[in-house]
Design a protein around this ligand. Structure first.
Ligand code: PLP
Length: 411
């Protein structure tokens, strides 16, 4: 994998917030899996829209609107091309949660019925669980979960047994936000299609961390969120297969998503407008386009290689500390750039607070994955996750902080 060493070496300087200090030392941001930080180019793109081009896209023909529309649709085209999908089958939403609700409510409500089966996995984020629970309750369908092994993979026996039941939907995460496990998305999609299911992939943790080629994965729907890919909050993406998007009803309704509105009924806009009701997240989508340019400028292969090296080092150093347990598998090749761990005798909340006092930012809690927490008997965990701006010195600070936790709590 080619690395852009000069750009990577200096990339921290592109993130204004990382200039913040705690007790004279720079903050160590190890929480990109919760939300990434924002490079200056993304901030600049948003400011440029508000300063020079603000207009309501697709709502007129004067210069400001034409420019805003070009920026907004240009962002869509670059985002779709980056992941190898068609722009018209690429819908802007508010976040991954809304993308998954769109699929569950628009496709699921129209296609699920009593006795139908929806297959999820035990490692899903709540946003790929609760929307399915809602639609299954509405339509009388059933949910079953693919089991997770003790080392944090999807159990192939459980996959086979559930596919034998010919589910209508198989929905799974590409990369686990707790265990880091990279699921074999293309292979799972192939098996699920062979069983006759519609395949929905939550790509939220994959898109920022590993190369994603949607044509290879070949899912029916692929959802992700902008704020974990160096983009702003308030914008997410749903890629869908044209035939399904065309046949399913709209999710939200109102302005922009229509073709004709009569007093008694309406017809729908062409894709992707049919699924973009109301005024779009214009600045946010433009910001996300700039974030994708930032990522492609460095190269997702280079980012993966950089974060892979950091993850491998962190796994090795954590497993060397007495009283520290790494959750999930320890092969960095099978993981995204995040590691959940526990410190014997320490509550994750205390760990997070003591690390935070030293300027080390990590996520603690149930990570919006309570079924997985119950599966492993964890109340909560501590998670360190990497972004492109991290380096080995950040791992030193985390390890130093873990020793501080053990000393302060007298462990
Ligand atoms: C795997 C996964 N899916 C979905 C989400 C939800 O993302 P959002 O809150 O931006 O909708 C997250 C966020 O943590 C996640 O990690």
């Amino acid at each position: 994998m080619s690395v852009a060493p000069d750009r990577l070496a200096a990339v921290t300087e592109e993130f204004p917030v990382l200039r913040r200090t705690v007790d004279g030392r720079p903050i160590v941001y190890l929480d990109s899996a919760a939300t990434s930080q924002t490079p200056q180019v993304v901030i600049d793109a948003i400011v440029d829209y508000y300063t020079n081009h603000r207009g309501s896209v697709h709502r007129g023909v004067y210069d400001l609107i034409t420019e805003a529309t070009e920026l907004y649709e240009g962002a869509r085209e670059r985002i779709a091309a980056w992941l190898n999908w068609e722009a018209e089958e690429t819908i802007f939403t508010a976040n991954a949660t809304m993308s998954l609700n769109l699929v569950a409510q628009a496709w699921g409500h129209a296609n699920l019925g009593p006795g139908d089966l929806v297959v999820l996995t035990e490692m899903e984020h709540h946003s790929n669980v609760v929307p399915w629970q809602q639609v299954c309750a509405q339509r009388g369908a059933e949910i079953a979960y693919i089991a997770v092994t003790d080392t944090g993979e999807l159990d192939p026996g459980s996959v086979g047994a559930l596919l034998d039941r010919e589910p209508k939907v198989v929905a799974f995460t590409h990369v686990s936000n707790v265990l880091g496990t990279i699921n074999p998305a293309a292979e799972l999609a192939r098996q699920a299609h062979a069983a006759g299911a519609v395949v929905v992939v939550d790509g939220t943790q994959a898109v920022p961390q590993i190369p994603v080629d949607l044509a290879v994965i070949d899912a029916d729907f692929y959802a992700w969120t902008g704020h974990k890919v160096y983009g702003p909050t308030g914008v997410g993406v749903l890629h869908g297969r044209r035939a399904l998007l065309e046949e399913m009803p709209p999710f939200h309704s109102g302005g922009h998503m229509i073709s004709q509105v009569f007093t008694a009924s309406s017809t729908w806009s062409e894709l992707p407008g049919k699924f973009e009701a109301g005024t779009a997240p214009i600045a946010e989508a433009i910001g996300l386009g700039a974030a994708v340019d930032f990522v492609t400028g460095i190269g997702i292969d280079a980012i993966r290689a950089h974060e892979f090296a950091l993850t491998a080092e962190l796994l090795e150093r954590l497993t060397d500390i007495d009283g520290v347990t790494v959750h999930g598998g320890v092969d960095p090749a099978a993981r995204g750039a995040l590691v959940s761990f526990g410190i014997e005798g320490a509550h994750p909340h205390d760990i997070g607070e003591i690390l935070g006092r030293d300027g080390v930012c990590v996520r603690t809690g149930h990570h919006c994955a309570q079924p997985l927490m119950r599966r492993f008997g964890w109340g909560s965990t501590t998670r360190a996750s990497f972004g492109v701006h991290n380096g080995p010195a950040d791992i030193d600070r985390l390890i130093e902080g873990i020793h501080t936790v053990q000393r302060v709590l007298d462990l």
